[in-house]
Design a protein around this ligand. Structure first.
Ligand code: SAM
Length: 276
C-alpha cells in the first residue's frame, strides 16, 4: 500500500531535488501537498514507496519520468488578460512606441515577444490578440511570439489552444466572438488558427542558460514567487542578457526582484526597461 505522507527525510530529499532541477523553493510547511502530488506519480508508475520512486526518478532509466514529476510539482494557474492594466500598457503604450521608433528609422520593423513561464498559453495568446487588434499600425512588421515553460503538459495545452470559461472570464465578448470558436456542447472555446499560428512553443527551464536572440518584451509573471533569492538572481541575469536595448521586462504586480535588476530602469513597480 502507498504510504499517506513523505517522512521528513524523504520530503527533504525531494525538495532538494526540485530546487536543483527547477529552482523552485518549496517551504517546509508543504509536506502534505507535496506528498499528495507525488502519490499520483507513485500510482501512475506502479511504485509502492516514496523512496523507491525517488531512486527511479534520479536513475538514468527515470529521466522520462522527470517531466511528469515536474508537472505535478508546478502550479500552472493562469488566465487570459490577467492584470489587465499590463495588457493595456502593451497595446496602448508599448506598441505605439515601437511603431513610432520604426517610423523614425530608429529600429527595424521586427518585434520579438517572450512569455517566459507561459503555462497553458493564455498569456501569450492574450498578447497575440492585442497585436492582432493593432494590426493596422503593424503593417509590414515581422512578429515573433515565443512561449516557454518547464511543464510539458502545460505546453501541450498551449499548442492545442482549447480553454474553459474560467480561463476566458476576462476576455471581452466581442474579442471572444472574434478570436475563439465556442462549442455549446462542451462549453470550451478553441483559439482561432490566425492567433494560434502567431505563437511558437518550446520547453525551457528558466534557471538554465537563456535563449539567444534579444527580445523586445518579456512577460515573466507569477513564477518568481516560487523561487528563492538564489534562483531569482540566476533568472534576473538571464533576462537582462536577452532583453533588447530599450526592451521591457514585465513582472507580476507583486513580484519583487529588487537590486537583482540593476542595469534596468524601473518604469512601474512591475515594469523594467533596458537602457543603453
Ligand atoms: C502560475 S503559472 C504563471 C503563468 C503565467 N505567466 C501567468 O502569470 O498567468 C507559473 C508557471 O511557471 C512554470 N515554471 C515553474 N518553474 C519554472 C522553471 N524553472 N522554468 C520554466 N517555467 C517554470 C510552471 O510550470 C507554470 O506553468
Amino acid at each position: 500500500m502507498i504510504p499517506t505522507s513523505l517522512t521528513e527525510e524523504e520530503f527533504n530529499r525531494f525538495i532538494t531535488l526540485i530546487y536543483k532541477v527547477a529552482g523552485i523553493k518549496i517551504p517546509n510547511t508543504k509536506r502534505v501537498l507535496v506528498s499528495n502530488r507525488i502519490r499520483r506519480r507513485l500510482r501512475a508508475t506502479g511504485l509502492d514507496s516514496f523512496s523507491r520512486y525517488y531512486l527511479f526518478l534520479t536513475s538514468s532509466s527515470g529521466s522520462k519520468e522527470m517531466p511528469h514529476f515536474l508537472d505535478e510539482i508546478t502550479t500552472n494557474e493562469t488566465y487570459y488578460f490577467r492584470d489587465i492594466h499590463q495588457y493595456n500598457w502593451f497595446s496602448d503604450a508599448f506598441l505605439p512606441e515601437i511603431v513610432q521608433k520604426a517610423r523614425l528609422g530608429k529600429r527595424p520593423k521586427r518585434l520579438r515577444i517572450w512569455s517566459a513561464a507561459a503555462s497553458n498559453g493564455s498569456e501569450l495568446y492574450s498578447l497575440a490578440i492585442k497585436i492582432q487588434e493593432k494590426k493596422a499600425i503593424l503593417n509590414g512588421w515581422s512578429i515573433q511570439l515565443l512561449g516557454t515553460d518547464l511543464s510539458a503538459s502545460a505546453l501541450n495545452s498551449a499548442r492545442v489552444g482549447v480553454f474553459d470559461a474560467r480561463t476566458l472570464r476576462l476576455v471581452e465578448p466581442d474579442l471572444r466572438r472574434k478570436y475563439f470558436d465556442e462549442s455549446p456542447e462542451t462549453g470550451l472555446a478553441t483559439i482561432k488558427p490566425e492567433i494560434r499560428g502567431m505563437a511558437t512553443w518550446k520547453p525551457h527551464n528558466l534557471i538554465r542558460p537563456s535563449l539567444e536572440d534579444p527580445f523586445d518584451c518579456i512577460f515573466l509573471k507569477n513564477v518568481l514567487i516560487y523561487f528563492d533569492a538564489g534562483s531569482k538572481a540566476i533568472v534576473a541575469a538571464h533576462m537582462i542578457k536577452v532583453l533588447a536595448t530599450d526592451g521591457y521586462l514585465v513582472l507580476g504586480p507583486t513580484e519583487v526582484m529588487g537590486s537583482m535588476l540593476e542595469g534596468l530602469t524601473k518604469r512601474q513597480t512591475w515594469l523594467y526597461q533596458k537602457s543603453i
